[in-house]
Design a protein around this ligand. Structure first.
Ligand code: FES
Length: 375
């Protein structure tokens, strides 16, 4: 049979009755209880063994009913209990506890409960009591969580391992190896191309293009070859903007004192450097002269050789021969060798001037600037 849920008024009346029973004599307590308590009340007020079972009966009732009363009623009951220090809290569990406890024990426990409730409850304490009255199982952890602050900090989740940057582990990555290889190839290709352009070697240029093309895709290799050919043509065109520079020896130079050239000798000392012979002879018109002969054959421009044993100049090209004086006497050479300007400088040195030439057939050997006469 379903029991009727006690109202707040009944609970308050019960609490007052229990308080009165605690203050009165032990023999008078049972008489006041049956008047106001519900049908379950006699079991809590009869004998001690029955009272021991009261909590087990009352607790399921409190746990089964999450909302035995409204929040407003519970607050009113708490305030009522706080106004009377001796009264027990108006909840189901304290009710059963008070009913099951002997009057002396209830009187001793009442101040503790009253002290917990207090005449001036804070809002937080009141909310906690409401939660304790409403929820038997689930409200208590919530109240605890709301009122009790955790003392131990929550352990932070472990941080993920920081990724090691590429290249700092000591081992190069595949990308780094590829870039290094490409750099080497590009450097090698550039070296080949530069050396090819500097030396004009088409072999080196072709090798540079080939090295580049072998390590690329066929499409890139084809474009590299086209680009290389275009670059070569462009450089070849630009080369014509810079004409060749022919470095020639100065036209005037000194060849030493007269004493360096004995009579009737031909000096080859300046042939390779300046293309002249210094001749000291007295065989031309009987005069002791020193003059400079150009080492150019008057036939087709070859370079004759002085043959000291034969005392003549001999051209290796067509066999023309010239005397020590420079007069042609054999071969196809049509005229004598040419003289260069010669004079004694201020310092006593012989100075040759290749900017002027003297031809015997034109009577220019008679010019005093074409020889130095030794007296
Ligand atoms: Fe000297 Fe012909 S060039 S003989």
């Amino acid at each position: 049979m379903e029991e009727k849920k006690p109202s707040t008024a009944d609970i308050l009346a019960k609490i007052r009755a229990q308080k009165a029973a605690a203050e009165a004599k032990p023999g008078e307590a049972p008489a006041a209880v049956p008047e106001t308590t519900p049908p379950a009340e006699p079991a809590a007020t009869v004998e001690t063994p029955a009272a021991k079972e009261a909590p087990s009966v009352a607790k399921p009732a409190a746990a089964a009913g999450p909302k035995p009363t409204s929040t407003k009623d519970i607050l009113a009951a708490i305030r009522a209990g706080g106004a009377k220090p001796g009264a027990a809290p108006a909840t189901a569990a304290p009710d059963a506890l008070v009913a099951a406890t002997p009057p002396a024990a209830a009187a001793a426990a009442a101040p503790k409960v009253a002290a917990a409730a207090g005449p001036k409850l804070s809002t937080q304490e009141m909310l906690q009591k409401i939660r304790e009255a409403k929820g038997a199982g689930s409200a208590a952890p919530a109240a605890t969580a709301a009122t009790v602050k955790p003392t131990t900090p929550v352990a932070a989740p472990p941080m993920p391992a920081k990724p090691t940057p590429a290249g700092k582990s000591g081992k190069p990555t595949a990308t780094q190896r590829g870039m290094a290889g490409l750099s080497v190839v590009a450097t090698l290709c550039a070296v080949f191309l530069v050396l090819g352009f500097l030396t004009g070697s088409s072999l080196l240029i072709g090798a540079g293009i080939l090295v580049w093309g072998l390590l690329l895709s066929p499409f890139a290799a084809a474009w590299a070859a086209v680009t290389g050919v275009g670059g070569i043509l462009t450089l070849g065109t630009a080369r014509f903007m810079f004409p060749n520079v022919l470095v020639e020896p100065p036209s005037k130079f000194k060849v030493g004192p007269l004493s360096d050239y004995p009579l009737n000798t031909v000096s080859n000392k300046w042939k390779d450097q300046f293309g002249i012979w210094i001749v000291h002879t007295d065989q031309y018109e009987g005069r002791n002269l020193i003059f400079a002969l150009a080492s150019v054959c008057t036939h087709l421009g070859c370079t004759p050789n002085w043959l000291d044993g034969e005392q003549k100049f001999k051209c290796p090209c067509h066999g023309s021969g010239f005397y020590m004086t420079g007069i042609n006497f054999e071969g196809p050479a049509p005229r004598p060798l040419e003289r260069m300007g010669l004079r004694v400088a201020e310092d006593g040195m012989l100075e040759v001037n290749k900017s002027v030439k003297f031809q015997e057939e034109m009577g220019q050997w008679a010019d005093s600037t074409s020889f130095v006469e030794v007296v």
